[in-house]
Write a protein that binds this ligand. Structure first.
Ligand code: NAP
Length: 300
């Protein structure tokens, strides 16, 4: 695949040497069903990663608990030795139960083991960026994150981690975290239909902190809305492309990591960076979340 889009331009993370194209790739879909075990077609998973890199993507989001271990091992097989400008962002703070459940793994030993698992499975000597993943499955829960974050900061000082981010956190938890260590990115659940972090995103933009929405396309329940369909039809684009373009225009500190196991969806998603949304389309799309909120309030 040739570099056919500008991938949304770049965002240089203040105080670091990292500059990322705004359109990246989330690797969770590369593991098997329910993010467990190997994918049905490993070669297809490898092809998706190689195509992303060939298209210019330099930001891949992953975790060693996808698979578990499988996704990182596929990344290594597909891309190692890694391109110089590639930034692999991983997460610590969770593990998988034998019943495929998602459990916390925030103890000192679990975090240390998690760093070493990632280093080994990705075959690197230092992890570029590690997000500390706390809270519930979909939403943050208030409470101190000082203990696990202090462990990550120690691992950073040892040289095993380049930069630290947070996932599934509140503004208050960010405030606490910034007293402990530098935070370069936040990864929370956000998309055109789920806008609980609107105010948080604006705060982060002012601070120069990257915001990476997880489930940008709705995740396990992909976005569906007549507004998305209508705007997509009027622009000769797909609804998923419109959802991604909406995120790109929402704030310059938003970087995208849409997940897919298919090269055709990958191409479609990357091409969304070139899609311009006219003001009336943005107004229509802004109505989606307002509708979701109103429906929630009236109990539907
Ligand atoms: N921090 C956290 O707690 C957390 C939680 C969840 C995810 N994440 C990260 O966020 C990344 C993105 O999340 P995600 O992959 O779960 O959800 P997503 O990007 O919102 O959506 C992925 C789903 O959409 C489908 N899809 C992708 N492109 C499409 C297209 N152009 N047309 C139609 N369907 C399309 C995929 O299926 P196909 O495979 O068939 O394309 C998959 O089912 C993950 O890869 C992961 O790295 C982080």
């Amino acid at each position: 695949m040739t570099k056919q889009t500008n991938l949304g331009g770049t965002f240089a993370i203040p105080g670091t040497s990292i500059s990322l194209y705004r359109m990246g790739y989330g690797a969770m879909q590369l593991a098997g069903p329910e993010v467990w075990g190997p994918p049905r077609d490993v070669d297809a998973a490898i092809a998706v990663l190689r195509e992303a890199i060939a298209a210019g993507v330099n930001h891949i989001d992953t975790s060693d608990y996808y698979g578990p271990h499988v996704t990182n091992q596929i990344i290594k097989t597909a891309l190692h030795p890694y391109p110089k400008d590639l930034v692999i962002v991983t997460k610590l703070g969770a593990r998988r139960g034998e019943d495929k459940s998602w459990l916390h793994a925030l103890s000192r030993q679990e975090l240390i083991d998690g760093v070493h698992d990632n280093l080994r499975n990705l075959s690197v000597e230092r992890l570029d960026v590690v997000n500390l993943r706390v809270g519930g499955i979909m939403e943050p829960t208030e409470g101190s994150i000082a203990e696990p974050l202090t462990v990550l900061d120690e691992l950073k000082r040892e040289g095993l981690i380049g930069y630290i981010g947070l996932s599934n956190v509140t503004p208050r938890q960010l405030q606490e975290a910034q007293k402990i260590t530098e935070i370069v990115c936040i990864q929370n659940f956000y998309n055109v239909a789920r806008r609980g972090d609107d105010a948080f995103i604006d705060i982060l933009a002012k601070k120069g902190i990257v915001y990476v929405p997880f489930f940008p396309l709705g995740g396990f329940t992909p976005l569906q809305s007549s507004e998305l369909d209508g705007v997509a039809a009027s622009l000769k684009a797909t609804p998923m492309q419109v959802a991604l373009a909406w995120l790109l225009q929402r704030s310059p500190n938003i970087l995208l990591i849409p997940g897919t196991s298919s090269t055709s969806h990958l191409r479609e998603n990357l091409a969304a960076a070139a899609l311009e949304l006219p003001p009336h389309a943005i107004a229509q799309l802004n109505a989606i979340a307002a509708g979701v909120k109103a429906a929630g309030q009236s109990g539907h």
